[in-house]
Design a protein around this ligand. Structure first.
Ligand code: PEP
Ligand code: MN
Length: 466
């Protein structure tokens, strides 16, 4: 179905500032008890240095341009709700390792470079379907992520000091990640432990082992022939991302900075600077806060960063195009990543029309599939889970539908952890609903564990290799 452009109003021409979102209606907003404590926290944040730089942000934007044009694949993953307590070496190390291994498998499969973005070092805010919840018969505010309140029931009142704490946990997580990467944690000359022993199905296990052997052979070959003169095999790029939900925080980290040397748009002397969100390289607008006239869209439209928009089943074709016109009026290729999350039963009817509408609008986006958020289910005993088969089913449908429409899937967006949790059912380990209680530790949505996430990468790679 082609999009005919009817009924679209022109994008807002009003002046954008980092605080212009305050004039718009806002969803998921926060009320603090103490205005003075909030002001003190925001003043502190405004004076702290950027966590990431324009040079890095523009480098990522260029890589995403490649993903939009089909020349690269975007792998994005991490926790649903990152806790401050995950700011510790083991969980960070295991997530870096997992994303690195998945990316190698995807490079092998898709035969393209993989752009890696972690949902980490700032993924502390959660939109909730209800501001209140009932625990043991008592009504209390819902947990909204460590940046706002605590999971502990005594800690549910939003506390502005958490905004400052979020900054320091984010900066510390990224500092450790950068230090590990520059110290060789992602050095592809080192042998890697792929841990495939859990795969019960023998033919599947030998298939995965063949892939790993092929990757290891290629790396060994490159080392032998001295193909690493530029040291490119010694480390990799890993970018950070989070949902840009708490606009007070994001505003304070939004800085007017000089465009970097790698910024190649035709810049006149009058606009050598731009507004960069320096809290992460990439931010996205959630499915609950993407209203055309709302505060979040207003805030995002002024940023230089590449941004994502979650696209759920309630998104209308014309609304999608209208959104793109607002956040990307110059139609920069790859500036926007559309993160589709319909659910395995809705992807067939929704994705094709969205692809056609965007195509007709002239926007060129990164199409990224989030096969997690449309596939959350409750077990009969009320535990939130996701089936590995539903997750893979939405991904395979997305791959197929893009192909049918002369488009291509530019990436995948996953909730995962490097730890051995039992939150999603299925996969080669054969986790079932009775196993969920073994190690169910998420504070929000169920995540793929290390084995399930790696397996998904093998399956997607297999799709490309046929
Ligand atoms: C999320 O990514 O954790 C999330 C809340 O997603 P969505 O906005 O798509 O529901
Ligand atoms: Mn989630």
């Amino acid at each position: 179905m082609a999009y005919d452009g009817a009924g679209i109003s022109a994008p807002s021409k009003t002046e954008w500032t980092p605080s212009s979102w305050r004039t718009k209606p806002i969803k998921q907003d926060v009320t603090y008890d103490s205005a003075s404590a909030l002001t003190a926290a925001l003043t502190k944040l405004e004076n702290l240095p950027p966590i990431v730089t324009p040079t890095e942000i523009i480098k990522l934007k260029k890589s995403l341009r490649d993903a939009a044009l089909g020349r690269a694949f975007l792998l994005q993953g991490g926790d649903c709700a990152e806790l401050f307590s995950y700011c510790s070496d083991d969980p960070i190390d295991s997530k870096i390792k997992l994303l690195l291994q998945m990316s190698l498998v995807l490079i092998w499969g898709a035969n393209k470079p993989v752009v890696r973005i972690a949902r980490m070092a700032g993924q502390y805010a959660k939109p909730r379907s209800s501001p209140m919840e009932t625990i043991d018969g008592v009504q209390m505010p819902s947990f909204r992520g460590d940046i706002l309140n605590g999971f502990d029931i005594a800690d549910r009142t939003p506390n502005p000091e958490r905004l400052v704490s979020a900054y320091f946990h984010s900066a510390t997580t990224l500092n450790y990640t950068r230090a590990q990467l520059s110290s060789g944690v992602a050095d592809l000359h080192n042998p890697m432990d792929w841990g495939l022993g859990h795969v019960r199905d023998k033919s599947l296990q030998s298939k995965y082992q063949r892939i790993v052997a092929s990757i290891s052979d290629s790396l060994r070959f490159m080392r032998t022939v001295g193909a690493d003169t530029a040291g490119q095999l010694q480390t990799v790029d890993l970018y950070t991302s989070h949902e840009g939900l708490v606009l007070e925080y994001e505003q304070c980290l939004t800085r007017r900075l000089r465009h970097p040397a790698n910024y190649d748009s035709a810049i006149t002397s009058a606009d050598r600077k731009g507004w960069y969100n320096t809290s992460a390289h990439f931010l996205w607008i959630g499915d609950r806060t993407r209203q055309i006239d709302g505060a979040h869209v207003e805030y995002f439209r002024g940023l230089e960063n590449p941004i994502g928009i979650k696209v759920g089943p309630s998104m209308k074709n014309e609304e999608l195009v209208q959104l793109l016109d607002i956040v990307n009026p110059r139609k920069e290729v790859g500036k926007i990543t559309l993160i589709t999350r319909y659910g395995e039963d809705k992807v067939e009817s929704m994705l094709g029309p969205h692809i056609e509408a965007v195509k007709a609008s002239g926007h060129v986006v990164v199409w990224q599939c989030d096969p997690m958020h449309g596939n959350t289910r409750s077990t009969p005993t009320g535990i939130k889970t996701r089936h590995f088969s539903s997750i893979f089913s939405e991904l395979s449908s997305a791959l197929k539908i893009h192909q049918q429409h002369g488009s291509f899937l530019g990436g995948m967006h996953l909730e995962l952890t490097g730890d051995a949790v039992t939150e999603c059912v299925g996969g080669s380990e054969g986790l079932n609903e009775e196993d969920l209680s073994l190690n169910y530790t998420t504070y929000c949505d169920p995540r793929l564990n290390e084995k399930q996430a790696l397996e998904l990468a093998f399956l997607v790679a297999g799709h490309y290799r046929g």
